[in-house]
Design a protein around this ligand. Structure first.
Ligand code: CA
Ligand code: CA
Ligand code: CA
Ligand code: CA
Length: 413
């Protein structure tokens, strides 16, 4: 008979063994259409896996930097997905699109957000707050609606773009000064309705509780800190212990697992565990760097194990322009020096302005718009103009950078 202590040891070891195995991920490979890697121009990719056309095969949907959603229909099989090209998802008779203009691709989530039985499309943008395309019962989507909280304000982490005033507005929400780059619906408190996880690029992940119901969501005004850094891309039970966990991409290009060590209705998360190192995504041919990662979790090859589908922005330095003359080298070095000095002056100006305005961003914006003169500093408008003159000349003499929005799959071993 097995002793109780021995049994506990065996069970614990089995747990460790399963966990270690569960973490082993295959080398990411590029998802292709024919011979060509899927590449979202100009860069960045926000993939998700979802059977959009309801034919029983999971499709690939990729959010882009341009704020649209590519639908790659799976024309392969459950075990070997394959894609022949893409169409753009439509909403309200036009391309489904939210205005996004920097630094990420929109990351779609297909979810019945308002509990009416129709799948909706949730995402965020560089404007700084979440949008939802409500779905119809024929699978089509309506024009996007910006989500607001119970006070009628945009759901934001501190600042957002005001389309009427055509500038960023700053609101004080205590613990952040960020935009909502990504959003995910998840029933945090296990009361049957969707709450929101908001990711800003720099201050980690925050939670907004739904104080309403499943069919009439009403969001609180408080941003509650949930994770210190990285993103919350996928809400899924990654380690099969019955509690959903968080899988997130990051600015550094890795993919991270946050194990839920709380209980149902009261999640709690430990430190991030890296499940894919940033250098896994180095473009082996061109030596590109990875850049930001946006992640989806799905059983990609239908073998009963959860896999990772990752979008990123690969940055590739092209070779130096060949045979620069000695005059061109001199010119390049001079321009580079001027450019660096200009950047230093602009930073110094902003830092001093920050002190003068006591970190009030609204005041800082006004000061910049009015080109406020600060003693000991160059005129800011002049510095910006100067930069605009140096940069185009310099780019002709330095290596070109090429960016790609690739989509990768890493199969769980
Ligand atoms: Ca399908
Ligand atoms: Ca719905
Ligand atoms: Ca809830
Ligand atoms: Ca779990």
């Amino acid at each position: 008979m097995i002793s109780k202590n021995r049994l506990i040891t065996v069970v614990l070891m089995a747990g460790l063994f399963t966990s270690a195995l569960a973490q082993k991920m295959g080398t990411p490979t590029l998802i292709r259409v024919g011979d060509n890697a899927i590449d979202c121009k100009p860069s960045y990719a926000g993939p998700t896996i979802y059977d959009l056309d309801k034919d029983g095969l999971q499709d690939l949907i990729v959010g882009t930097f341009n704020g649209r959603f590519r639908f790659y229909k799976n024309t392969g099989s459950e075990k070997v997905p394959s894609f022949e090209g893409f169409s753009i998802i439509q909403a309200g008779g036009a391309d489904a699109e939210i205005h996004n203009w920097c630094c990420t691709a929109v990351s779609p989530q297909f979810v019945d957000f308002n509990g009416d039985g129709n799948i909706d499309l949730l995402c965020a943008s560089f404007a700084g707050y979440p949008f939802i395309f409500y779905g119809n019962n024929d699978g089509s989507f309506n024009e996007p609606v910006a989500l607001k909280d119970k006070s009628g304000n945009y759901i934001t982490l501190g600042y957002y773009w005001d389309y009427d005033l055509e500038k960023y507005k700053f609101v004080t929400l205590g613990n952040a000064e960020d935009k909502v780059d990504f959003v995910k619906a998840c029933d945090w408190d296990n009361d049957g309705d969707f709450d929101l996880l908001l990711t800003g690029s720099d201050y980690g992940v925050k939670l907004r509780i739904n104080e309403g119901t499943k069919t009439h969501p009403v969001f609180g005004t408080e941003n509650i800190s949930v994770l210190p850094a990285h993103f919350a891309d996928a809400i899924i039970d990654w380690d099969g212990d019955g509690l959903w966990d968080i899988i997130g991409g990051s600015k550094n290009g890795g993919v991270y697992f946050y194990k839920n060590v709380g209980v149902l209705g009261a999640p709690k998360f430990g430190d991030a565990e890296c499940i894919l190192e940033p250098d896994e995504f180095v473009d082996k041919i061109n030596g590109g760097k990875c850049g930001i990662t946006q992640v989806a979790v799905a059983d990609y090859n239908n073998d009963g194990k959860l896999d990772l589908v990752i979008g990123n922005n690969n940055i590739i330095n092209k070779p130096m322009p060949e045979s620069l003359t000695s005059d061109q080298i001199k010119e390049r070095d001079l321009l580079q020096k001027q450019y660096n000095e200009n950047a230093k002056d602009r930073t110094a100006y902003i830092e001093t302005l920050r002190i003068i305005c006591k970190d009030d961003h609204e005041k800082m914006n006004e000061a910049i718009n009015e080109n406020l003169r600060i003693r000991g500093h160059e005129d800011y408008a002049k510095l910006v103009k100067e930069r605009g003159e140096i940069w185009p000349a310099l780019t002709k003499l330095i290596p070109k950078r090429e960016t790609h929005g690739y989509v990768w799959v890493s199969l769980r071993q």
